[in-house]
Design a protein. Structure first.
Lengths: 188, 188, 188, 188
């Protein structure tokens, strides 16, 4: 299997994930401001998840680009990641409708934690593949540390939701912000 | 990141956007003419949005084709555009069900205004990239002016909807008509 | 615009059309045989539309393969075709739920007639493009005649539905059967 | 028709199938543990179907990779497979909501049996295409036997569901487990 095949399939899945989320945005039955305002939390969580998924797509692209050979371990780590990513529309919808409920916030954080473990596995496989290239390993390990940090933060947001949903939301907004800045340099 | 990757991903997202809109077209429960006629406004808005999205796809294609390098600014301008485009099914559904309500018309116009700002950002980045090529800059600036005009018209349709929804609809039909003709020459 | 770009976008749209139709197949709430039998007509129309869409995909592929240059006329004929194809899930759903109602049958026939006009426009553009090659023109005109025949048959199924829905269904089954056999030779 | 075109289209359809299944995962209305627990069976069947579809994608990829020429027989065997695969979201949803009902379990087993027959037809065509290469035939026949085994097991799960749904579920879990291990070696 070539990396381009794996990438095309993953891209397809991510494009669909990012787009079907909008199907959860049900147009309000009445065209009144209060009815529209009620949709607002669903809209805002949609925006957040769109940003998170877009960042994941960019990261995934850079990651697959660095792949030497598509091993079974890599292939199934990728499927594992796509599985948890495929649940983003579900947890987004649940969060949008219950944004003040600890359980919905915790579930959202949990799914993003599991996505982080997917990226961790994939990056770990890349480090294994670049055994001889110390510069490459250093590069991957730097990204791996950053990835681990966001994974730990997401994990932390799960119990935190039961103390304060606002604190968990702060983490949800913080991580894209952190990722965004360095990615700017990477992609530039 | 290569432009072909960015284009393939954007194409995937736009293909999905254009196609899932049809899911909002719910088949009437009874096979009677009045029941079918009730679906007509949803059908007509679907047709309009299909045309608008098709034009956006063609424009996006020409735009990405002229890209020199995928900078972070370009990448995220594109994501910004895709975000607002992804809301087209939502505002289309809302408009189809409430085509005589100013709020639904205004929201439709607002989303298309925001799509225009996405194209404006992307084209602005292209102008920045072709710093040395005066002929290319002139070409891009000509399209940019046309784009700005349609953006301003869309923006104008937002408050206008509260005076006359028909006037806003006139703008919604006018802009595809304007775009269509020159595009014919471009693509030919 | 290259033909490969146009083909990839069309393929994406057709793949989505073919797949989202299954979303209309709602699982019955009770796991009883009568409840399942009630889904049967929806299932059978789904099967028919899957076959029709698959044939369209194959035909569309052969058609785009023969394109010399992507003119505006070709591009928008293709968009016109995709628009009517995008309504196949809608008319399929309507037919599946009202398979004994003339209106639902007529609407299904009408949409497939309009798809045929899309293929007619595309093939006409191909004939125009191969002005100098008499062998190619003959080839295209032979397919065009076959296409026109199926278009006329579909058109005929529209009023026929009000006399006998069974007769229209006979046409719906006949046309894939007719297309299938020659296609076998073409693709072989 | 080139194999890459066939593969891209199939990949698109499979990517959509794998992703739209998540739309059946409806977020519970109340954010309570009992409401979430009620979604659990739907979630588990989703996970199982995701795994099954992912394995099918990998197998399909290896299969298409070995294709010499896209004959009509191959093309329509592939469409036949995609048709039964496209029903996976339907039977998954039905099973998730009725996991203790023999009919839902039997229907799930039946659809996967039919998917196996699709793979059987495709592999049979590959064996026919590699008439001169005895090593290749041996390789294909080995996979064909494994495929036939899983097909027979799936078929067996259909009547078995009426004796014990647990026994059928055991088969549903066993087959991915069996496939997974050798695939690891193949892809490695």
């Amino acid at each position: 299997m070539t990396t381009s095949r794996l990438e095309a399939f993953s891209d397809g899945v991510i494009a669909i994930i990012i787009t079907i989320m909008v199907l959860e945005l049900r147009a309000p039955a009445q065209p009144t401001l209060p009815a529209l305002v009620k949709v607002a939390p669903v809209f805002i969580t949609y925006g957040l998840s769109f940003l998170v998924a877009a960042i994941m797509w960019v990261n995934h692209h850079h990651l697959i680009h660095a792949v030497h050979s598509v091993t079974a371990r890599l292939l199934w780590s990728n499927m594992y990641l796509l599985f948890w990513m495929s649940l983003v529309p579900f947890v987004t919808d649940f969060l949008g409708k219950n944004y003040h409920e600890p359980m919905a916030v915790a579930l959202y954080g949990l799914d993003l934690t599991l996505c982080s473990t997917g990226f961790y596995l994939l990056r770990g496989e890349l480090i294994r593949q670049s055994r001889s290239d110390s510069e490459m390993i250093e590069y991957h390990e730097r990204i791996q540390r950053k990835n681990a940090l966001s994974g730990v933060l997401y994990l932390f947001s799960v119990p935190l939701a039961y103390l304060s949903v606002h604190a968990s939301f702060f983490i949800f907004v913080l991580i894209p912000a952190l990722y965004f800045l360095p990615e700017k340099k990477l992609a530039g």
